[in-house]
Design a protein around this ligand. Structure first.
Ligand SMILES: NC(=O)c1ccc[n+]([C@@H]2O[C@H](COP(=O)([O-])OP(=O)(O)OC[C@H]3O[C@@H](n4cnc5c(N)ncnc54)[C@H](OP(=O)(O)O)[C@@H]3O)[C@@H](O)[C@H]2O)c1
Length: 305
């Protein structure tokens, strides 16, 4: 088993280990990139998926068909980590509908959040999430944007002891509550933290990513495309030779591999409502990761766009 210290030492590139993908009914040799959760050594695919806005859809046949195609592209690409939240409207329910309708049901590492005030309301919300997503126990439940974190972390730790959730964590997004977030990372026992990080918004490099490495906390990265803004900057621009060296065939893969190459990043959760974009994103789930020098070169290339 890999312990917390070994994980930090191993570095990102070495964690790109071969794996077998038997998802589409056929056994394929792939080079799926997996990274270890420091608390357990369990390895998860580096590219997961977010569901904010993209899965907040009506439950009609048309939506389900679209979202099932997105989920299928995700599973075919070796993805398992799905992030949702009761904050995302109907997203948890649609993830559940889609998974229930797939045969065979793809393997999933299911993550949601608790986003309310008070112990009883927190418990009721987490139980509702189990129903909506059809997942019990969740692999990960995190306190969304630190809302009433003291109350919910206490409940979550008790659930964890009872085997009702596997990992616990906290989340934030761009620039919000970073001081308090850092304090919790240093003082609370957390398995996962989730925050924003991308090639344009690199604030997390200053404190959050080093703290995660120091305390052996897995990181789940949200807003990897700056909510899609990165594409407006790259649109129409040719991919640089470095992208090809890393096996990237699109800017999306370039942006994801930049993040994945950071040694303290465990997984990334880009969101899309398009199967074509999902297949594209899953292309970053395999092959090589950039080292520190290549990441610096990627940064310089991005700044010239
Ligand atoms: N505090 C928190 O806990 C928190 C905060 C923010 C986000 N999150 C989580 O993080 C997830 C990701 O963040 P996000 O949804 O804000 O932003 P994001 O993943 O950075 O960007 C999503 C946008 O990128 C576009 N996109 C995705 N793949 C693409 C591709 N291959 N080519 C072109 N465009 C592509 C999508 O449009 P299309 O649909 O057209 O592809 C969508 O508009 C969320 O869904 C949520 O699960 C959590």
């Amino acid at each position: 088993m890999i312990n917390r210290r070994d994980t930090v030492k191993l570095g990102a590139g070495l964690l790109a280990l071969p794996a077998v993908n038997a998802l589409a009914g056929k056994t394929l040799q792939t080079d799926l990139i997996r990274k270890a959760i420091p608390a357990s050594g369990e390895r998860i695919p580096v590219i997961g998926m977010g569901t904010s806005r993209t899965f907040d859809r009506k439950g009609n046949a048309e939506s389900l068909e679209t979202l099932t195609a997105v989920m299928r592209a995700f599973a075919d690409g070796g993805g398992t980590v799905i992030d949702s939240s009761p904050m995302y409207g109907r997203a948890e329910e649609r993830v559940g509908d889609v998974l229930r309708g797939m045969s065979p049901r793809p393997p999933v590492f299911a993550a949601t959040k608790v986003w309310t005030t008070g112990k009883d309301k927190g418990i009721a919300q987490m139980q509702e999430s189990e129903q909506r997503m059809g997942v019990k126990p969740f692999d990960l439940i995190a306190v969304h944007n630190l809302k009433d974190w003291k109350t919910h972390l206490e409940t979550l730790r008790q659930w964890q002891e009872e085997g009702r959730v596997r990992y616990v964590g906290i989340t934030t997004s761009h620039g919000r509550n970073h001081d308090e977030f850092e304090e919790l990372m240093a003082t609370q026992k957390l398995d996962f933290v989730q925050f924003s990080y991308n090639i344009e918004d690199r604030a997390a490099e200053r404190r959050l990513l080093p703290l995660a490495a120091e305390h052996g906390i897995a990181t789940m990265i949200n807003r990897p495309f700056q909510r899609g803004d990165l594409f407006s900057r790259a649109r129409g621009k040719p991919l640089p030779p470095l992208a090809q060296e890393l096996g990237c065939t699109s800017w999306a893969q370039f942006f994801l591999k930049y993040i994945a190459g950071h040694p303290a990043v465990t997984c990334i959760i880009p969101a899309t409502a398009k199967a074509k974009h999902m297949a594209d994103n899953m292309g970053a789930n395999r092959g090589l990761l950039p080292d520190a020098q290549q990441r610096a070169a990627m940064q310089a290339l991005f700044e010239k766009l």
